[in-house]
Design a protein around this ligand. Structure first.
Ligand code: MEV
Length: 451
């Protein structure tokens, strides 16, 4: 099909955008219009709120909002809200929570809360001379010129913690950075950090231009490349851990020794083998992202940071680790993560507000711990299944409902399947076979589904 670029799309009304979409891409299908509109909220204020979160919005995209109860964290009981579409995630988290509830629960420690941003710039004069000017005049002026921007943050106990000039010329000719460290207390701080950085760049430009120590050519060589926070926050880091006497790990037919051997081996493999580490960490992120989304935080930032951290030793590795020492099994996750519990969506999105209330309106540091616990629990649950029963037993049981919904099964048929698979491992093929038998047809095509 020969399509033409669209002009002024953002200026079309919501109806206009839908009409354009359906005509251009969906062969004018009236069902597509219904599909989009059935997700509109009747409450027009609420709908407007969601429309305003983004650009060119035409509908809402639902995500299941679930609860994982029984999380004992630092001796306090939590129910953790999770927004996630993968069927087994909340169930696995709840199961792991229950397991550790009976063994002392989870402990969290915020190791540090420093966030970073950089002014990236080019300068072709002497690095030593630039460093001297930076230390003698520029640094103090950077603080001074951002006093207005940092006023409120300082009032809340945050602000600029440190400023450094970093010489990167060995890696890229003429490349320098102002590396700025910030404390942003309960806000994620992206806007605050970026505003400070942009002011730093202006101050830098003006002080270099005025400098009596630099010649014309050196002054002219200064080029600001960009001012932006770093989503890599290795100094904004929390540890979540569980531990218990070794003999408390026996379950069913699996002895403690057997469990520890299998579990530790699985962790070691993820530590040394990037193919496994990627999937291992993906499982951790299943728990982390679900809480990050439910609490209105930026899961892309959290993902990017976690994976950079997982590569910090030169190869991609596991984010979790375990050990047995003096008869105690210990399993932990160190997670660098920048979160906010004020600002952004946290006060705007009604479900996010509710999720934060369910968690007891945590500070950003407390939320760091809760999120890390969700990741650790998820990983514990996944590894426990993987090294004992295998993952598919639980996964396919959860996936059964998805298959049955695709087949447009009635409630009665769904109940039949729950009984049918009580003592069998679910497979797609078996579900189809049994479904055809129930409906008295030879093949699924005969049912003419979704037509
Ligand atoms: C699936 O979403 C996550 C797992 O693959 C994680 C893992 O393998 O550790 C089960």
């Amino acid at each position: 099909m020969n399509r033409q670029p669209v002009e002024g799309f953002s200026k079309l009304s919501k109806e206009g955008k839908i009409e354009w979409l359906v005509n251009e891409y969906l062969q004018g299908d009236p069902k597509a219009i219904n599909t989009l509109k059935q997700y509109w909220n009747d409450d027009t204020d609420l709908q407007q709120l969601h429309d305003d979160f983004s650009e060119n919005t035409i509908s809402n995209f639902y995500m299941p909002f679930g609860l994982a109860p029984n999380f004992l964290i630092n001796d306090q009981l939590y129910t953790i809200p999770m927004a996630v579409e993968e069927s087994s995630v909340v169930a696995a988290a709840s199961k792991a929570a229950k397991f550790w509830l009976e063994r002392g629960g989870f402990k969290t420690t915020v190791l540090s809360t420093t966030k970073l941003g950089h002014v990236h710039f080019m300068f072709s004069g002497s690095p030593a001379q630039l460093q001297a000017i930076f230390q003698n005049t520029i640094k103090a002026q950077l603080i001074e010129d951002t006093n207005e921007i940092t006023h409120n943050m300082r009032g809340r106990g945050g602000g600029i913690i440190a400023l450094e000039l970093i010489d990167k010329t060995a890696e890229l000719a003429d490349y320098f950075q102002i590396k700025a460290s910030f404390e942003t207390v309960d806000s994620m701080g992206a806007n605050f950090i970026n505003s400070c950085l942009e002011q730093f760049a202006k101050t830098l430009r003006s002080l270099i231009d005025q400098s009596s120590e630099l010649n014309h050519q050196e002054k002219e060589s200064l080029q600001i490349v960009m001012c932006i926070l770093s989503n890599y926050t290795p100094d904004c880091i929390v540890r979540a851990e569980v531990s218990c006497p070794v003999d408390q790990l026996a379950e069913g037919e699996v002895t403690s020794e057997e469990f520890i051997e299998k579990f530790s081996r699985a962790v070691r493999i993820a530590e040394i083998e990037p193919y496994r580490a990627t999937t291992h960490n993906k499982g951790i992120m299943n728990g982390i992202d679900a809480v990050v989304i439910a609490t209105g935080n930026d899961f892309r930032a959290v993902e990017a940071c976690a994976h950079t951290y997982a590569s910090k030793d030169g190869h991609y590795s596991s984010l979790t680790h375990c050990e047995v020492k003096d008869g105690i099994f210990r399993f932990w996750l160190d997670l660098p993560i920048a979160l906010g519990t004020i600002g952004g969506l946290t006060t705007l999105h009604p479900l996010v507000k509710l999720a934060l209330s369910v968690l007891g309106k945590p500070s950003a540091s407390e939320l760091m711990g809760i999120v890390a616990v969700a990741g650790l629990a998820q990983n514990f649950g996944a590894l426990r299944s993987l090294v004992t029963t295998g993952i598919q037993k639980g996964h396919m049981k959860m996936h059964l409902m998805n298959i049955l919904n695709q087949l447009e099964a009635t409630e009665e048929e769904k109940n039949h399947f729950l009984i049918f698979f009580k003592d069998k491992t679910v497979s797609h093929h078996m579900v189809i076979q049994e479904f055809c038998q129930l409906r008295g047809v030879n093949s699924i095509e005969e049912l003419n589904l979704n037509k």
